[in-house]
Design a protein around this ligand. Structure first.
Ligand code: HGY
Ligand code: MN
Ligand code: MN
Length: 401
């Protein structure tokens, strides 16, 4: 057969319908964290769209939603949960593009295509939690006990999905996985290019660290006698930035994105700080060297500043190369659609494809992000670029069939 003919209007309509579920009311922003009411409503909406497309919708134990084609099929998809302040395309684009390609392929008598929306890709509880469990990177028992930043346990949160849960979806029914996604960085936008074919996805390490000093009066406690938890965090941050200089490359990133200072009042010397420490790189050895610096520095600061130190469990995903043959299929499809206006590139963001790559050949396709902005309400992509991505995906799947 030729290239599967997608219905662009239907694709855009679905993409905007999904955006309306959990719409933040700020620009096109969306708030749909894993297992929230909006997340579950989005999954229920998607299950209906899957059924309408001739796919059998099932939820696994984690709440990942699969729309299954009969027989052996290509699996396409991403995730529909979002960050606490999320954009409308991060995850949603890959799922709705998958739905359209599956639907169009079925109508045209093309290859069978299944669709997935993995649960908790955005890591309310872990790191790409749903696909990590599906692919065996994380045990179901470990996952059940993961806590979000407010101390809610995953097992309690997923109870909101109730009787939906429980299907077993065997990876052997799928021949390959392709995830389309926005780039979430500036490279394609700055270069004026339309498509990125992902070579590899960086690795990540993530842990929670606490310093506990002494809560005290902000007026009467002399500076020399303070055991101020904020000062410990401030010193830790400045020392690791300095020490990392000898280890990192310009592509290495690290982030303290969550900080909880206790009790958080103008007139109290803070007694405790709990914060996230996350670092990413394409080289597993470098990630390990950074971990050693983080642990040593935290211990040094704690002992110098009279703090009790708690280092939480470390979560991580290894750097993963995408499947060479599938990458080639995507490259040919990109060249066919936008000759000379695409590139091979690494992914600095994490994706479900990292986990799925352990089960079957997996690859990824990027479209540009305006201004490189993502994990923010103002994340966006030109409509024409969304459509180009869809067309490239359809070409690639046609070639796979
Ligand atoms: O954080 C990430 O890279 C992904 O969007 N969860
Ligand atoms: Mn994503
Ligand atoms: Mn994301």
């Amino acid at each position: 057969m030729g290239v599967i003919e997608v219905d662009v209007a239907r694709f855009l309509q679905d993409l905007h319908a999904l955006r309306a579920i959990g719409a933040a009311g700020v620009g096109k922003g969306v708030v749909r964290p894993a297992y929230s009411k909006a997340d579950i409503a989005a999954r229920d909406w998607l299950a209906v769209r899957m059924r309408d497309a001739g796919l059998a919708p099932v939820f696994d134990d984690m709440g990942s939603l699969f729309g299954l084609a009969s027989g052996r099929s290509v699996l396409l998809g991403s995730h529909t949960d979002t960050q606490p302040e999320g954009g409308w395309l991060d995850g949603a684009l890959g799922v709705i593009a998958a739905l359209e390609v599956a639907r169009a392929s079925r109508e045209a008598g093309g290859p069978p295509v299944s669709v997935v929306s993995f649960q908790d890709e955005e890591g309310r509880f872990g790191v790409t939690t749903g696909s990590a469990v599906w692919s065996g990177v994380l045990s179901a028992m470990q996952a059940a006990q993961l806590q979000d930043k407010d101390g809610v346990i995953l097992d309690a949160a997923r109870a909101a999905m109730g009787a939906r849960l429980g299907a077993r979806v065997y990876p052997a029914r799928f021949s390959a996985f392709v995830e389309m996604h926005i780039e979430q960085g500036p490279v394609l936008d700055q270069a004026g290019e339309k498509i990125g074919v992902v070579e590899a996805i960086v690795g990540i390490r993530d842990m929670t660290i606490s310093f506990t000093g002494q809560q005290n009066h902000a007026g009467t406690t002399p500076m020399a006698l303070r055991r101020d938890a904020f000062q410990a965090l401030s010193a830790f941050n400045s020392v690791i930035n300095d020490r990392f200089r000898n280890i990192v490359t310009p592509d290495t990133v690290w982030t303290i994105g969550f900080v909880e200072l206790h009790p958080g009042a103008h007139s109290i010397v803070p007694g405790r700080v709990r914060f996230s420490m996350q670092w990413r790189d394409g080289d597993a050895e470098r990630l390990a060297r950074m971990e050693a610096v983080i642990r040593e520095t935290a211990e040094e600061i704690a002992s110098e500043m009279g703090m009790a130190l708690e280092l939480g469990d470390m979560l991580g995903i290894e750097p993963v190369a995408m499947d060479a043959e599938l990458r080639n299929v995507l490259a040919v499809a990109a060249e066919g659609e936008v000759p000379g206006k695409w590139r091979h590139m690494p992914s600095g963001a994490l994706h479900d494809a990292s986990n799925v790559a352990g089960l079957m050949p997996a690859a990824m396709l990027f479209v540009p992000s305006i201004g490189g902005i993502s994990h923010a309400f103002d994340e966006d992509t030109d409509e024409a670029d969304l459509v180009t991505g869809l067309q490239v995906l359809a070409r690639a799947v046609s070639a796979l069939g």
